[in-house]
Design a binder for this molecule. Structure first.
Ligand SMILES: Nc1ncnc2c1ncn2[C@@H]1O[C@H](COP(=O)(O)OP(=O)(O)OP(=O)(O)O)[C@@H](O)[C@H]1O
Length: 281
């Protein structure tokens, strides 16, 4: 069973710089939750904090009734929290199948005693079967024997996603899952993320700059700017939020950049277009 993730008053300081400033929001179990914001808003810092790569300076993070704050990264993983990274991290020389098996080994309980009673081989068979199921789910069945180095960029990103699924996570954290993909590949991965939520009883938190994907797959969106939460709601709510409009377009939310006098189109329509295109950088 997945669980509710609560981020309560979290601040992260780097020698005086507040990467995160009193951030609070809740991720409901079984939802796809996007975290967006302009460059430098604190999105990566938040993901790193959720995985205990960055320590929390103030506040706390709870996953169900377990406090994540202060745990070592391997303990956080032990709670069923897995993540992917912005840059692809797979073994290029290994086959797709072997890359996926790496994700399973952490789950293998069989030790020396188990092996002595023949449990090792049975467990190994079960692990391999599960890897094939997950590969099929991710559309990688036909490529299990191919070395990762031969995959297209889109397939590599799906391999990374599938490998994270092999950890059987309860909470999956994705850092820019469709970065660098073309439109068709992005839409396909977006569908895969939604399907994973539905099929695997999974909660998903993701950071993404592709607003088309965010708006189509997120159940809820939290918007950060300068380390603070400036909006939290459904995709439709946040794309029409005046403060979000201000953060993405710069300047006065009532008179967004490029709109002289605001006479032709309401700011909400402009930002809706802009958020669909992606943030300015
Ligand atoms: N390890 C670190 N040491 C010092 N400062 C950091 C560190 N990590 C992040 N920061 C600072 O924290 C702020 C937020 O950065 P962060 O990378 O979290 O933003 P972001 O929203 O992910 O940006 P982008 O969209 O450009 O990736 C920035 O000012 C950044 O320089």
């Amino acid at each position: 069973m997945t669980a509710r993730l609560r981020i309560e008053g979290v601040s992260v300081l780097f020698s005086g710089l507040r990467a995160l400033d009193d951030v609070s929001f809740t991720v409901e179990p079984g939802t796809v939750h996007a975290v967006i914001g302009p460059n430098g808003a604190g999105k990566s810092s938040l993901l790193n904090t959720l995985c205990a790569i960055y320590p929390v300076t103030f506040g706390r993070i709870l996953f169900g009734d377990r406090e994540v704050t202060g745990l070592r990264p391997d303990r956080v993983a032990g709670l069923g929290i897995a993540r992917t990274f912005q840059n692809i991290v797979v073994s290029q020389g290994e086959s797709v199948f072997d890359n996926l098996m790496v994700g399973r080994h952490r789950l293998t309980r069989t030790g020396v005693i188990g092996a002595a009673f023949g449990l090792g081989r049975r467990e190994e068979r079960a692990q391999r079967e599960r890897v094939r199921e997950i590969a099929a789910f991710a559309g990688l069945s036909g490529k299990l024997d191919a070395p990762a180095s031969r995959l297209s960029y889109g397939d590599l990103k799906r391999l990374e996603f599938a490998r994270a699924l092999c950890l059987e996570p309860r909470l999956l954290i994705l850092d820019e899952p469709v970065a660098g993909m073309n439109e068709a590949e992005s839409a396909r991965l977006g569908e895969l993320v939604s399907a994973a939520r539905d099929a695997l009883d999974l909660t998903i938190v993701f950071v993404e700059h592709d607003m088309g994907v965010v708006m189509s797959i997120a159940d809820r969106v939290t918007v950060l700017n300068f380390g603070r939460v400036i909006a939290d709601g459904t995709p439709e709510q946040v794309r029409r939020d005046p403060e979000v409009i201000g953060a993405y377009l710069g300047g006065d939310p009532a008179r967004p950049a490029g709109l002289a006098g605001g006479e032709s189109a309401p700011a909400s329509e402009l930002v809706a277009d802009r958020l669909t295109e992606g943030p300015s950088s």
